[in-house]
Design a binder for this molecule. Structure first.
Ligand code: HEM
Length: 532
């Protein structure tokens, strides 16, 4: 009887000794010399803490709490330190490389191709970004607003027909699923020149090819009609993709093969999502030959630009970028708009001030973007939403160049991963004034003792050469979306005491937001007459 017992003891003790040695080596080896910095105990010798905070869905909040507890420079993994000082933000975002060790930039891409987001070195990234950047100018964003406006009208008509049954009471519903459809329709229109028709159908279904090898045979775009397809939920595909990319990005490189085995379903969904984007791309090409002058959408503008600049057109590379643009451009906007609705519904004073501003400009319907682009209170509400909510809240990891440098008074060795959490910067009292945790659009305006804030202090879109490429587009569409809703409706929260429920992966996601809508009665007769 004792024999099998002792048989298990041997390997068991071996595993414990090996793990202890591994921990001790990591602790004492300390190749980046960062053991001296305070932080959660397990982060000194393992990735356990950062993985744990990552999977709690509250990473930004927990790192913020750790800064409050341990100080402005903390160690959050054996190779990463986090700074809370906002002055460090521009310093580290001028570095040449996005970080590779235990980082999102290295785990992305079920299709094995780097895109503009996952390309890490500044030189390669610059090359990739050069052409794309010219397709995301302020001008492009402005020109696109009539189409955002018309998608908004579709959503508002749906809400009117479903939820506005009386002129007096509020009708309560969860706006989050609708705003998901809106964000997908918008990005479909922007990239492929036509929306996915989701608001119309009330469903988030898309057509996906059965053969996942298909995307990389884009040369056969003309065969797209003969492709076997099935219908799937785009929300499901996007969230499964993130459930693969995000946890994998938390793991050190050598653990990732294990992660891929565990997350088989998620890997499959990520591949299916890539196939879906390639399929839509092939459909789009089948209507317009490459290198034509059709610039109605991002694909068309890309083809046109690459022809003008004499760049070689690599379909796989463009599809890899479209995959990231589709996700980056829908998820962030969705969550920002839900947050704006939540905060403005909660702060009825702010909502009245916004409506008063819209009314005073006799805006009845957003037909002309220039009517709203410069409205101070609308912009203050938008900035305050992006500050307080900030769809990306983490410290985006960057690698310190060799041999190292002094950052915020601390010597940091070359190769160390560093980050400044956006969530924490956006709650810095010295920067934003009193009660940074409260939604107060007034802090962005001058007058009544307020100085007015500098929009550059806002890091929602990050900073430096790798900052968000879609920021002009995002700001323009959010202005149109917020104005369109508050011109038309009074908005209230079903339970004003409940905070917005957020689940954080790479992006902080608002999981639900129950609001009430009431058609506005306070509109002046002139404005009411303009509403149809
Ligand atoms: C409120 C809306 C948005 C927010 C808060 C936001 C935020 C961000 C942030 C923080 C980054 C930097 C990531 C990093 O350095 O690792 C980023 C990058 C990026 N964003 Fe956005 N984004 C928004 C909307 C959009 C839109 C509408 C698009 C496109 C349609 C877009 C496309 C991209 C792309 C392609 C990158 C990668 C840029 C690069 O690495 O050069 N984003 N975004």
């Amino acid at each position: 009887m004792l024999l099998p017992y002792f048989d298990l003891w041997g390997p068991g003790v071996g595993v414990v000794v090996a793990c202890s040695l591994y921990v001790l080596v990591l602790y004492f080896y300390d190749s980046y010399g960062i053991r001296k910095y305070p932080g959660p105990f397990t982060a000194k010798f393992s990735y356990a803490w950062i993985i744990w905070v990552g999977i709690t869905g509250r990473r930004s909040q927990k790192i913020h709490d750790a800064h409050n507890r341990y100080g402005p420079i903390i160690r959050i993994s054996p190779c990463e330190i986090s700074f809370s000082d906002p002055a460090v933000y521009p310093v580290i975002h001028s570095f040449n490389s996005k970080a590779a060790k235990s980082s999102f930039y290295d785990s992305f891409g079920a299709i094995g191709l780097r895109n503009v987001f996952t390309t890490r070195s500044k030189t390669d990234h610059g090359q990739k970004r050069r052409l794309l950047q010219s397709l995301f100018t302020v001008q492009v964003a402005r020109e696109f607003t009539p189409r955002t406006s018309s998608i908004m009208t579709r959503l508002i008509d749906k809400w009117e027909s479903r939820y506005i049954s009386s002129k007096t009471g509020f009708i309560w519903f969860d706006c989050a699923p609708w705003i998901t459809l809106l964000a997908f329709d918008f990005i479909g229109e922007f990239i492929f020149g036509e929306s996915f028709g989701m608001i119309e159908s009330g469903l988030d279904s898309v057509t996906v090819p059965n053969d996942l090898q298909f995307p990389f045979v884009i040369g056969k775009a003309t065969d797209v009609q003969h492709c076997q397809v099935q219908t799937m939920s785009l929300t499901h595909l996007v969230s499964m993709r993130e459930r693969y990319n995000y946890p994998l990005g938390l793991l050190p490189k050598w653990w990732r093969p294990v992660g891929r085995r565990v997350l088989r379903k998620e890997v499959q969904a990520a591949k299916t999502f890539s196939a879906f984007v390639a399929y839509r791309f092939a459909q789009r090409l089948s209507t317009t030959a490459p290198h034509s002058q059709d610039t109605r959408d991002l694909v068309g503008r890309f083809l046109h630009k690459s022809k003008v600049q004499n760049e070689e057109f690599k379909p796989e590379s463009l599809v890899a970028d479209l995959i990231t643009i589709l996700v980056a451009g829908s998820d962030t906007t969705r969550n920002s708009l839900i947050a704006a609705l939540h905060y403005l519904a909660k702060s009825q004073n702010a909502q009245h001030d916004l409506q008063a501003e819209l009314d005073s400009h006799m805006i009845s319907h957003v037909t002309n973007y220039t009517d709203i682009e410069g409205l101070p209170y609308l912009n203050a509400c938008l900035n305050e939403t992006l500050r307080l909510y900030s769809p990306v809240g983490i410290g985006l990891p960057r690698t310190v160049p060799h041999p190292g440098m002094s950052i915020s008074g601390a010597w940091v060795a070359g190769g160390t991963t560093v980050g400044v959490p956006i969530y924490t910067v956006h709650r810095n009292e010295a920067l934003w004034g009193e009660h940074p945790e409260e939604f107060r659009p007034g802090r962005w305006l001058q007058g009544d003792g307020a100085q007015g804030l500098d929009a550059d202090a806002l890091k929602a879109f990050s900073d430096g050469p790798m900052r968000c490429i879609g920021r002009h587009l995002a700001l323009a569409q959010l202005r149109v979306m917020i104005a369109s809703i508050f011109i038309r409706f009074d908005v209230a929260l079903e339970d004003p005491e409940n905070p917005l429920h957020i689940e954080e992966w790479f992006v902080r996601k608002a999981t639900k937001c129950r609001i009430g809508l009431r058609r506005r009665r306070a509109l002046s007769p002139d404005i009411s007459a303009g509403i149809h």
